[in-house]
Design a protein around this ligand. Structure first.
Ligand code: PEP
Length: 269
């Protein structure tokens, strides 16, 4: 029997290590101005660099209107897996919470590649975020050689089970998952709509093993060179609930256009 539960649609922007304070303010200003009018059922999430989180939280709460999804969720791009301690330069979940940050990206492939993050570490971050009531956005995805030799399903399955396997089904149901094939991130190469839907459907099945029927309502976002020119085809996938956007999130018009496309595609499906 088909489940009646449906995942909400989300467009999330990961600004990575881009912008200075002035640019971050302007970008937030443009997004908040658009969002305030409550034109969309699509949830906007914005993940600025750490130093600009407080500014982004202030701007988002000042502009939260009363229309449809007029509120912007502010996310961090990372957090530490320990509660607190002697970890110079790191940022804790409690710090993020005290700033009014509501969500956090974890397990991004750049964190895995450049900072040696494993799924064990990422799983601890997910658990800590849930403990403090923040929304984890868990990233997974295969590297190019793993796609080419056909191992991509095994890789993604292992990532999901290692990072989320120790959680209760109810906790898994609270996670947002982002499928981001590493070969498509920042490269201009995008998964075809068919490739993306195939993996998203597979991820939904794996999430069902971890969360039961509640998996139907877990948002699974696609990430990897997604932009207004290719988003409509990708967002149309039945298990694709929006996108995690890098480069195109740095230009207000492109990001807003992606919000519009997500709204159009999902309201016609
Ligand atoms: C990302 O880093 O999460 C991402 C999807 O980047 P881009 O859109 O630039 O490929």
């Amino acid at each position: 029997m088909a489940s009646l539960m449906k995942a909400r649609t989300i467009v999330a922007g990961n600004w990575k290590m881009h912008t200075d304070l002035d640019e971050a303010r302007k970008l937030m200003e443009a997004l908040a101005g658009w969002s305030k009018a409550g034109r969309s059922d699509v949830q906007m999430i914005v993940a600025p660099p750490y130093p600009f989180l407080a500014t982004a939280v202030d701007r988002a709460s000042a502009s939260a209107g009363t229309g449809r999804n007029s509120s912007i969720i502010i996310a961090a791009q990372n957090c530490h897996e320990e509660e607190q301690g002697a970890f110079t330069g790191e940022v804790s979940v409690r710090m993020l919470k005290s700033l009014g940050v509501d969500a956090c990206i974890v397990g991004h492939s750049e964190r895995r590649q450049y900072y040696g993050e494993t799924d064990t570490i990422v799983g601890r971050k997910v658990a800590l975020l849930l403990k403090h009531g923040l929304q984890p956005i868990y990233c997974c995805g295969e590297r190019r050689e793993e796609r080419e030799d056909g191992r991509y399903r095994d890789v993604v399955s292992a990532q999901l089970h290692e990072a989320l396997g120790a959680l209760t089904p109810g906790e898994v149901a609270k996670v947002i998952v982002a499928y981001e094939p590493v070969w498509a991130i920042g490269t201009g190469l995008t998964a075809t709509p068919e490739q993306a839907q195939e993996v998203h459907g597979f991820i939904r099945g794996e999430l069902r093993l971890l969360a039961g029927e509640a998996a139907s309502a877990i948002p699974i976002l696609y990430g990897g060179s997604c932009k207004p020119e290719n988003a409509a085809g990708i967002f149309a996938g039945s298990d694709i609930n929006g996108g995690l956007i890098g480069g195109a999130a740095l230009v207000a018009d492109s990001f807003i256009e992606l919000m519009r496309i997500a709204q159009q595609v999902k309201s016609s499906s």
